[in-house]
Design a protein around this ligand. Structure first.
Ligand code: ZN
Length: 252
């Protein structure tokens, strides 16, 4: 028998497997993203206790030839019961989807796990305008990924604490109003709407403004695009999340 491991984890997804089993995609606090085979669980009442985005204490066996961990037992640690608030739920799913796309070094698993827990707790407590919390979460992930995104310093003149007017398409590099006015080729820049610019400015302290700022469809589209450009500038691929497309639909 392989070694037994006990670890807490957030359930991202369940996939039906053969007649009566499930494969659980779980982000474990110390092991990171793993697949766990839950043999015969669909025949048992325990099946009803498994909910995505809930936190469990898992006891599992190390992978056999299949590469899957094997579930021994689990207990519920934390509910995430906000099914009734779809935008908030979708904002949580964005984070789970993001974690399946980025590469998280083994020694960083716990830090990423804690960040995700914090985010879920905050969404549960303050779910209004969840997309604002999503963007703030994304900024924190950028820092963890080593690609911190400076929101208040102009990429051109390097002035700090200025409100941004536009960004250079495809790069996410933000520039201030005076630099935009002097730009030789304005067509290379995407002009931020005043709402989008305001949100960017407030994003680091967005917790204080959740019920004061209401993102409209234009600012949602622009800021998603901006963050994707910033990501692509470093990783050579756009940030594409299906859940984020769904989340954006709530702001039409
Ligand atoms: Zn400038």
């Amino acid at each position: 028998m392989k070694a037994k491991i006990r670890d807490q984890g957030i359930l991202f997804k369940t996939i039906k497997y053969r007649e009566s089993s499930l494969i659980l995609r779980v982000f474990l606090k110390s092991q990171g993203l793993v697949s766990i085979l839950a043999k015969g669980i669909r025949k048992k009442p325990e099946n009803n206790l498994l909910n995505t985005l809930y936190t469990y204490d898992f006891t599992i066996y190390e992978p056999q030839e299949t590469g899957l961990y094997l579930l021994s037992e689990f207990t519920l640690l934390k509910e995430y019961n906000i099914f009734s608030n779809l935008p908030t739920w979708t904002a949580a799913e964005c984070a789970a989807e993001l974690y399946t796309q980025i590469i998280i070094p083994l020694e960083e698993n716990t830090a990423y796990y804690d960040l995700l827990q914090l985010y879920l707790d905050y969404l549960k407590k303050r779910g209004d305008n969840a997309i604002l919390l999503w963007w703030r979460f994304l900024l924190r992930i950028f820092i963890k990924l080593g690609i911190a995104f400076p929101l208040d310093s102009c990429a051109n003149c390097k002035k700090k604490n200025v409100q941004m007017a536009a960004w250079k398409k495809g790069t996410g590099k933000l520039i201030c109003v005076s630099c935009l006015n002097e730009a030789d080729s304005p067509k290379y820049y995407e002009i931020l709407s005043s709402r989008a610019s305001q949100i960017l400015h407030l994003l680091p302290q967005i917790g204080d403004y959740l019920d004061k700022i209401h993102p409209d469809s234009q600012s949602v589209e622009q800021l998603n695009h901006l963050f994707s450009d910033h990501y692509a500038n470093h990783f050579r691929k756009p940030l594409k999340l299906r859940s984020l497309e769904v989340l954006s639909q709530f702001y039409l």
